[in-house]
Design a protein around this ligand. Structure first.
Ligand code: ATP
Ligand code: MG
Length: 506
C-alpha cells in the first residue's frame, strides 16, 4: 500500500531514532571502498580468523595465494564478540546482494560484504585510538606467519631486475627449527629468548635510542649447524632471509644499495665472512703501504680474477671497485644500517680469530654463538629426531659409554646425523655403530693429542737448550759481574747517606 520511497524513509528514520537512543555506536567497514579494496576489511577478516579458530558452527575457509595455511573466517551475517583492554566489542559480517550496476571499468563482485563493529559509546575513544591499530598489526603478523618466507640472493652480481630490484627471491622452505637443532638446550633457550626480546622490543629500542637491529656471529667447525641455525631463526621469527654474497658486490655503494632494498623483518646473512673479505684487524699496518691500515685499504677479494684466495689490492680507497672493511662496518652499524627496521645481521665463520675486532664489538655482533662439536645433550636431540628415541629407551650402560667418549670424539652433528640416517631402519645398529665410531674417534684424537704434546715438549726442550747456549757466560763477563757488584755496593752506601741526611733534615 505504501510506496517504496516512503517505506525506505520510514525505516531510515526508525534506524536513526534507534541509534540516537542506543548506547552503542556502529562502524561499517566495507570490502570495497568506492572501487578500491579496503585494506581494513582484509585485516579484520584475518584478525578475526585468529579468534574464531574452529569454535564456531559455520565458518568460511580461505587459502590465499602463496599462503601456507588455511584461515577461518566468519560466515555471512554471523557475529562474534572480542575483547580488548577489558572492553567488549561485537563484529558482524554482513553480506548483501549488490544492486545491478551500469558499466564500470572494473566489475565489482555480486555480493556486497562488510563488517560492522558495534561498541559502547563510552568506549569509542579507546577503540578508535588503539583497537583498530592493534587489529591491523595483528593481521600483519598473521599474514606474515601464513605467507611463505622468501630467500633472497644477490647472485646476479649487481644487475637490477625490471622493477629495479637487485635481489632475486625464491620461496624459502628450509625445515630446520629450534626443535630439530641439536645443541645445548640452555644455550638454545637463551638464543630463542634473545630473538623473542628483539622481535617484541620496538618500544625498548625507541626508548634507548638504538636502531632496531641485532647482530649474531655464529662460529665453529664445519657441519656444526651454523646454516641450520639461521634457517631456524628465520622460521622462528617468520622473517625473510637475504643471503648476501659479498664476492658478487663490487663496491661500497653497491653494498649500501643492496641494504636499502631489503625489507624490515628480515635476516641479512653473510656466510663464511672470513673467505669473502679480508677482515684482519683494522689497526694493523698494511704490509704494502706501511702507513695505511687495512681499515683504509680496499678489500682483497676472494676468487676475484685470479681464482681463489684474496684478490690483489687495487689503488682505489673505498669509493671505487672493491668493498672495504669500513664499508662493511657501515653496512652493519652505520647510519645506513637503520633504513627500515627490525633487521637481524648474521655472520658465520669457521675461524673467528681471523676477524677484525672492530667487526666483533657489541652493536655490530651483539651475540657470539659458538657452534660446537656434538655434545651429549645435542646427541639426545638427534637420537630423538632421527630415531624417535627417548632417553629412557636406551640402555643405561650404552648411554654411559656414549657419555664418556662423546666429548673426546669431537664429532660434528653433521657426521652424527649422517650415521643415523644411514642406519635409520635399524635403531640398534645405529646406536652400536655410533658408539663404535665415537670410541675409535676418541681414541684417535687422544693419540694425536699425545703425539702433539710430545712434539711440543720436544720443541720446548730444544728452545730451552738454545736459550741456555745463548745465555752461557762469555769471556770478560766475570769482570763485568765484579764491576756490577762494586757499583751496587757504592749505590747502597750512597742511599744510606741520603737516608741519614733525610732523617737529619726531618
Ligand atoms: N646442530 C645441528 N643440529 C641438527 N642438525 C645439524 C646440526 N649441525 C649440522 N646438522 C646437519 O648437518 C648438515 C650440515 O649443517 P650446516 O650446513 O648447518 O653446517 P654449517 O655449520 O653451516 O657448516 P659450514 O661451516 O660448512 O657451512 C645439515 O643439513 C644438518 O642436517
Ligand atoms: Mg654453513
Amino acid at each position: 500500500i505504501f510506496p517504496p520511497e516512503l517505506r525506505f524513509a520510514a525505516v531510515k528514520l526508525f534506524n536513526q531514532l534507534f541509534r540516537c537512543f542506543s548506547s552503542y555506536v556502529y562502524f561499517d567497514i566495507t570490502e570495497i571502498d568506492g572501487v578500491n579494496t579496503n585494506e581494513l576489511y582484509n585485516a579484520v577478516q584475518l584478525y578475526l580468523s585468529s579468534s574464531v579458530s574452529i569454535s564456531g558452527n559455520r565458518l568460511s575457509l580461505t587459502r590465499a595465494l602463496n599462503s601456507s595455511a588455511i584461515t577461518f573466517g566468519l560466515s555471512n551475517n554471523d557475529c562474534i564478540l572480542d575483547s580488548f583492554n577489558g572492553v567488549t566489542v561485537q563484529w558482524e559480517h554482513i553480506v548483501t546482494q549488490r544492486q545491478a550496476q551500469g558499466y564500470l571499468w572494473r566489475p565489482l563482485p555480486e555480493e556486497k560484504r562488510g563488517f560492522t563493529l558495534r561498541i559502547k559509546k563510552k568506549d569509542k575513544p579507546l577503540i578508535l585510538d588503539s583497537y583498530l591499530d592493534f587489529v591491523m598489526d595483528k593481521a600483519e603478523e598473521i599474514r606474515r606467519k601464513n605467507q611463505e618466507r622468501l630467500l633472497y640472493t644477490n647472485s646476479r652480481g649487481g644487475s637490477l631486475d625490471s622493477r629495479g630490484h637487485p635481489w632475486e627471491s625464491v620461496p624459502f622452505k628450509h625445515p630446520s627449527t629450534f626443535d630439530t637443532l641439536a645443541m645445548d638446550p640452555l644455550k638454545k633457550q637463551q638464543i630463542m629468548e634473545d630473538l623473542r626480546d628483539f622481535a617484541n622490543g620496538q618500544r625498548f629500542y625507541q626508548q634507548t635510542g638504538r636502531a632496531w637491529k641485532r647482530g649474531y656471529l655464529l662460529y665453529g667447525p664445519p657441519g656444526t649447524g651454523k646454516s641450520s641455525m639461521i634457517a631456524a631463526m628465520a622460521n622462528f621469527l617468520g622473517y625473510d632471509i637475504y643471503d648476501l654474497e659479498l664476492t658478487e658486490v663490487h663496491n661500497n655503494s653497491e653494498l649500501r644499495k643492496l641494504l636499502m632494498k631489503t625489507t624490515s623483518k628480515s635476516i641479512i646473512v653473510i656466510e663464511d665472512i672470513d673467505c669473502s673479505i679480508n677482515l684482519t684487524d683494522r689497526k694493523k699496518k698494511s704490509p704494502v703501504s706501511g702507513m695505511r691500515s687495512y681499515y683504509d685499504l680496499p678489500d682483497f677479494r676472494c676468487g676475484g680474477g685470479n681464482g681463489g684466495g684474496y684478490g690483489s689490492i687495487s689503488g682505489d680507497d673505498g669509493g671505487g671497485n672493491s668493498i672495504t672493511l669500513s664499508g662493511l662496518l657501515n653496512f652493519t652499524d652505520g647510519l645506513w644500517s637503520c633504513c627500515g627496521s627490525e633487521r637481524i645481521f648474521v655472520f658465520t665463520t669457521n675461524h673467528i680469530e681471523k676477524l677484525d675486532s672492530a667487526l666483533l664489538r657489541s652493536g655490530r655482533m651483539d651475540m657470539h654463538i659458538f657452534m660446537s662439536y656434538c655434545s651429549f645433550s645435542a646427541l639426545k636431540i638427534l637420537l630423538k629426531n632421527y630415531l624417535n628415541y627417548e632417553e629412557d629407551d636406551l640402555d643405561s650402560i650404552v648411554l654411559n659409554e656414549i657419555k664418556d667418549v662423546i666429548d673426546k670424539a669431537k664429532m660434528t652433528p653433521a657426521d652424527v646425523s649422517e650415521l643415523l640416517i644411514k642406519n635409520r631402519r635399524c635403531k640398534n645398529r645405529a646406536v652400536t655403530e655410533l658408539l663404535e665410531t665415537l670410541k675409535s674417534k676418541a681414541e684417535k684424537n687422544e693419540k694425536n693429542s699425545g703425539e702433539l704434546r710430545k712434539k711440543e715438549m720436544g720443541l720446548e726442550e730444544e728452545e730451552e737448550q738454545e736459550k741456555r747456549t745463548l745465555d752461557s757466560p762469555k769471556e770478560g763477563s766475570e769482570f763485568e759481574e765484579e764491576e756490577e757488584d762494586c757499583r751496587k755496593e757504592t749505590e747502597e752506601e750512597e742511599d744510606d747517606d741520603h737516608e741519614k741526611n733525610n732523617n737529619f733534615i726531618q
